[in-house]
Structures are given as structure tokens and as C-alpha cells.
Ligand binder design. Structure first.
Ligand SMILES: [Zn+2]
Length: 179
């Protein structure tokens, strides 16, 4: 099931990733790897539904680390936000077991920045030359454009029904609508 979870569920403490894999069943399931009674890693089955397990370091001595807060034993919060720079690229906050999605796509569309027709045509041309999905980042590189501009433009073209966006791991990638 590739559905987004809007909550996380704490499944307990485990010794390693193998044990974590055994207790994580659904998007949003979360376990904590502890060593010598110290919590070291959060293993979170990505709430996006992409199927990946996200590892979050809790050990400040080893560099950038997240903080895990547990109330009543099971209700968890994680700070700061989780922003995946690979895979599904999801960005979300976990607060009192709730997953709060930080989707920037809609916010970008709402800005309503003017985009010139030439750029629109260039994007359609690039997508027209490909049989597969192309990421907005690659299009931006090829057009020497700001990636946010191309992302916004692509989403407008999706609204117009000209192109489509991939799902889950193909988010942020676009192709022409099959005619
Ligand atoms: Zn994901």
C-alpha cells in the first residue's frame, strides 16, 4: 500500500537494523536502536509510503543529530524536521505522533510568479524529446534556470493537463501526457 501516513507509531527499542526491520510493518512505524542503554538511531519506515526506512542519528557525539521526545512512553516528537534529499524527497515534522507534511509545491504555485512563454515552450520541448520522466532539476540545469522556477512551471503545466508528475519515488519528475 503506497498511502501516506499522517501519524507515526512507536514500536519500541531494538538492538540493530535487522531487529528494526522485523518490527516495522507500515508507513510511519518507528523503532529506536539503542546501544549500551543509549538511544543511537531512529529507524522510521518513511510515512510517504515509498517503502524506504529512514535512519536518523540521535548521537550528538557523531555529528548532526535529531532529538527524540517521548511522552507517556509512546507518544513521540522528533526535532528538527526530516527532509529527505534522496528517494521520495519528503519533508515533514513529527509532533506528538502526528506527521505534519511540509509540501512546498502548493506554496510555490500560490506565489504566482510570472513565467515567460518561451520557458514554458522550452520545458515542453525537452519533455517531448524523452520517453521517460525527467526531473525538474535536470530541466533547470539544461535551461540554465532557477530550479524553483522550473518546478513551479512544471506544476502549472500539470494543472493545464499537458504533462504529468511521477508518484512516490518519481516525485519531482515529469513527462508529457500520453496522447
Ligand atoms: Zn518516502
Amino acid at each position: 500500500m503506497n498511502t501516506r501516513a499522517n501519524a507515526v507509531s512507536f514500536k519500541g527499542f531494538v538492538a540493530d537494523r535487522i531487529e528494526a526491520g522485523a518490527v516495522l510493518k507500515k508507513p510511519g512505524d518507528l523503532a529506536v536502536i539503542s546501544r549500551e542503554k543509549m538511544p543511537r538511531w531512529i529507524v522510521l519506515r518513511c510515512p510517504s509510503g515509498c517503502g524506504d526506512d529512514v535512519l536518523l542519528n540521535l548521537d550528538r557525539r557523531t555529528g548532526r543529530a535529531w532529538s527524540l521526545y517521548r511522552e507517556f512512553g509512546k507518544r513521540v516528537s522528533i526535532y528538527p524536521s526530516i527532509w529527505r534529499d534522496t528517494g521520495c524527497r519528503s519533508h515533514f515534522i513529527v509532533w506528538k505522533n502526528r506527521v505534519i507534511w511540509c509540501d512546498y509545491d502548493e506554496a510555490l504555485l500560490d506565489i504566482g510568479e510570472a513565467i515567460d512563454a518561451d520557458k514554458s515552450a522550452s520545458v515542453l520541448k525537452i519533455l517531448g524529446e524523452s520517453q521517460t520522466y525527467i526531473s525538474y532539476e535536470e530541466i533547470a540545469t539544461r535551461l540554465n534556470a532557477i530550479p524553483w522556477e522550473i518546478l513551479t512551471l512544471c506544476h502549472r503545466l500539470v494543472r493545464e493537463g499537458l504533462i504529468e508528475e511521477g508518484r512516490i519515488k518519481e516525485r519531482g519528475k515529469f513527462k508529457l501526457v500520453d496522447s
